[in-house]
Design a protein around this ligand. Structure first.
Ligand code: FAD
Length: 324
């Protein structure tokens, strides 16, 4: 069986759940195996209906107040029981903050191998899974396979693959019989920043600002642009370190790794630690007044100019396009 961790947040399935399902679906097709989706959480039973038509054979729900918030003990405990009950050969997750932690915990406790933060997946001539994952902070790509590891744990980088679409088949929904794990850690409180736009790692478009923004007040300009094109707002570390933006907005090696369809970098020089977090974007637009800035090396489109003039113009043009 191929077991997919269908990640939810606040009792709603995340987009990455459908990316993981696509990977699981491909593996199941190749191996002529069954595909199951696991939904863990509290009051999440009804989420199964969101998956039943997505080519899975079974949707396994684990509804437990102890799983309201992610804890490694709670989630790994439940996933291991599911993996054992259903003899999972492959466990697929998304390499989100939760998914990375869970994948590593699962692999350690199941004493198996983990293919972490993969950006593509294929099969070799013997049908073994072969993944590509960035190494050395994205400076190189490595092809990895673990043909004998079972269950093999695979965590895919968010937005590296498409989402699975409905196939029309109807899955069986099973309330899984899983014993609650003894939790050694407890989530006391979740402090959320008020995010009015889209979550960074799930955003299809990101507008990012760096030190060139000159101050926190100028991000209002990026937020306006973001609002018009339904984008999330990101930042470089320089902007975060200066206290202009929250750390959760940081893109890069010590921030978030993103891969939107469109990444607009404004006043960002393109240091390697920033590039690591965004070079997998499908289209990169850079606005910088320095024509020699490193960001132009990775940009598909470069605008050499003062962002304080360019960004309002872009906003205006996008607004006009939307009105047409
Ligand atoms: C261990 C480590 C981890 C790191 N992790 C990260 C990370 O996760 N993310 C990250 O971003 N960085 C990270 N950094 C920092 C990184 O090395 C850079 O210092 C940082 O990315 C620079 O941010 P910046 O491009 O905004 O600033 P700068 O390098 O100062 O660039 C500002 C740019 O704005 C342009 N500019 C200025 N005014 C205007 C204007 N009016 N119009 C248009 N352009 C203008 C300038 O030409 C310049 O290119 C890390 C560093 C280390 C050592």
């Amino acid at each position: 069986m191929v077991l997919v961790f269908a990640e939810q947040r606040d009792a709603a399935l995340r987009k990455v759940a459908f990316e993981s399902l696509l990977v699981g679906y491909k593996i199941a097709q190749k191996k002529s195996d069954e595909l199951a989706a696991a939904i863990l959480g509290s009051k999440v039973g009804n989420l199964a209906q969101g998956i039943v038509k997505f080519g899975v054979n079974k949707v396994l729900t684990v509804d437990d107040p102890g799983l309201e918030h992610y804890t490694p003990d709670g989630y790994a405990g439940a996933m291991i029981q599911l993996a054992n009950q259903h003899q999972a050969d492959f466990i697929v997750l998304s390499a989100t903050a939760t998914g990375k932690d869970l994948a590593a915990t699962l692999a350690a406790r199941l004493e198996t191998q983990l293919l972490q933060d993969c950006i593509s997946i294929d099969f070799d001539e013997n049908g073994a899974i072969e993944v590509v994952r960035p190494i050395y902070a994205g400076k190189a790509l490595s092809k990895v396979k673990a043909p004998d590891a079972r269950p093999l744990v695979i965590a895919m980088r968010p937005r590296a693959v498409d989402q699975l679409q409905e196939t029309g088949t109807q899955a069986q929904v099973i309330a899984a019989d899983v014993k609650p794990a003894r939790l050694r850690s407890r989530v006391a409180e979740i402090v959320r920043a008020v995010v009015e736009t889209v979550e960074l790692t799930e955003a299809d478009i990101i507008v990012s600002g760096g030190r060139g923004m000159k101050g926190p007040e100028n991000y209002a300009m990026l937020e306006q642009l973001a609002k018009v094109i339904n984008a999330a707002v990101g930042a470089s570390r320089a902007a975060v370190d200066a206290g202009w933006r929250d750390h959760q907005d940081q893109v890069g090696q010590t921030g978030k790794v993103v891969a939107p369809s469109l990444y607009i970098a404004c006043g960002i020089s393109g240091a390697i630690q920033h590039l690591v977090g965004m070079t997998n974007s499908k289209c990169i637009v850079a606005v910088n007044k320095d024509s020699e800035a490193n960001i132009f090396r990775v940009a598909d489109y470069g605008i050499v100019g003062d962002l304080f003039k360019v960004v309002p113009l872009l906003t205006e043009e996008f607004r006009k396009l939307k009105q047409e």
